[in-house]
Ligand binder design. Structure first.
Ligand SMILES: *Cc1c(COP(=O)(O)O)cnc(C)c1O
Length: 478
């Protein structure tokens, strides 16, 4: 029998019980397409002299393919990296209230753009604008898709055809190729850079002002730190200069931190309310960094400038949807009620004490040791038995370390924590194998590796996820 004859026919595949179950779960058309594609690959392989897989293997690969392609996405993962705002893991997790708000707002109709009093068209911006003004002291505010689009939109609305003064120390890349000079070019403004990489003075800005100056832009160095012989004018000095010369001062804060980081032993992060008090025309910040809400860009400040931004055609292109607006409203209400630290996950994580975290890491360790010592679990082959058969110790310890805030905020700043550390030097496949098994467990657990040890930081693991972390660790190690 030639190899070609060993390839099952489409009909033969369709008559398989497990394939029929897939058809019930998805659709005949979808599964048929997968089968045809798969059989094409098999024929191509046979042409190259390979042996075709048997029927069972083919069915299994169709099942796997369907599961991969048509699962819910993005999949929840457990962040045990100790990086609170992890960009690859979706930055800030939402509070329970914010999550509930998105479900409410999306599962029924809502008064998103309807004034219930007059029955006339309302604004999707008004409600949030009022909350942001209460929290920051601004006159007006608008929420758009993210902070990058907020800056692009504001520059387009306010500075097109004009010069924008930026310090050379702030002409930076914010991330993902979003660079200040490029954004200015996109918005039709021209960049006037002043000062030097390390030192820029008030007079540098002042001397650069012309009749065609459209704005002074100050960008917070949120994702890097320059130390040593440096100088830049305070934001209040810049605001005073701009106000004296009737030039808008635009302040990109990055994070949008409404609580004082200094209270948690971290370097002070500039706050929107301080920026407004300092007298800037507009302050810009993200919704999903230290604010702890959904992805959003918030512009707050001078009413006339906010109105110009709202009226610009790009505003429609970068507007936020109702899910975001509902989650952001719920998040801001936590601040208004003074309960942000206790209710918003990123602030719960920042404020978690070393004592609490040590307790959790110790309890993970104790649970694992007990499961092992009680004999209900035995070591997997990849944990070698020692020569001394009475030594039933497992290579897991807790140790002091530091967590980071991440997400392009507070560079170099860390918080004391206690990690669970799995020494993988004697484990077959080493730390990479263990971390990869954790990543592929259900739910996936994202860890980090240092010196051949897999490290798990309880700070970024939501307390409700502790049980899942333990279950996966036990399954993987024993
Ligand atoms: C993160 C950041 C941005 C971009 O914000 P997104 O909400 O991610 O678009 C802009 N400016 C600064 C200074 C930032 O740190």
């Amino acid at each position: 029998m030639s190899s070609y004859n060993a390839i099952p026919s489409v009909d033969k595949m369709l008559s398989e019980v497990r394939i029929r179950a897939l058809i019930d779960k998805y659709s005949r058309t979808a599964i048929l397409n997968l089968i045809r594609t798969q059989l094409d690959h098999v024929r191509a392989d046979v042409r190259l002299g390979k042996r075709p897989p048997n029927l069972g293997a083919l069915v299994a690969s169709i099942e796997e393919e369907a599961g991969d392609q048509w699962q819910a996405w993005p999949k929840p993962v457990i962040n045990a990296t100790g990086v609170i705002l992890h960009t690859n893991l979706g930055r800030a997790p939402l509070s329970n209230d914010a999550t509930a708000a998105t479900i409410q707002a999306s599962s029924s109709y809502s008064n998103l753009e309807l004034d219930l009093q007059t029955g006339k068209r309302g604004s999707r911006h008004a409600h949030l604008s009022a909350l942001i003004c209460q929290l920051t002291g601004a006159e007006a505010a608008i929420v758009v898709n993210n902070n990058a689009s907020a800056i692009l939109l504001a520059l387009a609305a306010i500075t097109t055809g004009k010069e924008v003064i930026v310090s050379r120390s702030e002409s930076v890349e914010i991330g993902g190729g979003f660079r200040v000079p490029d954004v200015l070019r996109q918005s039709g403004a021209s960049l006037v850079d002043v000062g030097t990489t390390n030192r820029t003075y008030h007079t540098d800005y002042e001397n650069a002002i012309t009749d065609n100056t459209g704005a002074i832009l100050s960008v917070h160095s949120s994702n890097f730190r320059v130390d040593g012989f440096i100088h830049r004018p305070g934001i209040e000095e810049l605001a005073n200069l701009g106000n004296a010369r009737a030039i808008p001062v635009l302040h990109d804060l990055g994070s949008g931190c409404l609580l004082s980081t200094a209270n948690y032993g971290l370097a002070p992060e500039p706050m929107p309310q301080e920026s407004i008090t300092a007298g800037v025309s507009l302050t810009f910040f993200s919704g999903d960094k230290l604010l702890g809400g959904p992805q959003a860009g918030i512009v707050a400040g001078n009413r006339e400038l906010v109105n110009r931004i709202a009226a610009h055609p790009l505003a429609r292109a970068v507007r936020s949807d109702k899910l975001t607006l509902s989650a952001l409203t719920a998040t801001l209400l936590h601040y208004i009620r003074g309960e942000a630290e206790g209710k918003i996950p990123v602030w719960q994580m920042i404020s978690a004490t070393e004592t609490e975290l040590t307790k959790r890491a110790e309890s993970w360790k104790t649970n694992i040791s007990q499961a092992y010592l009680s004999g209900t679990r035995s070591k997997k082959d990849f944990i070698p038995t020692t020569d001394n058969q009475t030594d039933r110790s497992i290579p897991i310890i807790t140790k002091s370390a530091r967590s980071t805030v991440g997400g392009g905020s507070l560079p170099g700043e860390t918080l004391a924590t206690t990690l669970l550390s799995i020494d993988c030097r004697n484990i077959h496949g080493g730390a990479e194998t263990i971390s990869s098994r954790l990543r592929q467990s259900d739910p996936p657990i994202i860890s980090r590796i240092e010196n051949e040890s897999v490290l798990l930081d309880p700070r970024t693991v939501l307390p409700t996820e502790d049980g899942n972390v333990l279950k996966s660790l036990l399954d993987i190690l024993f």
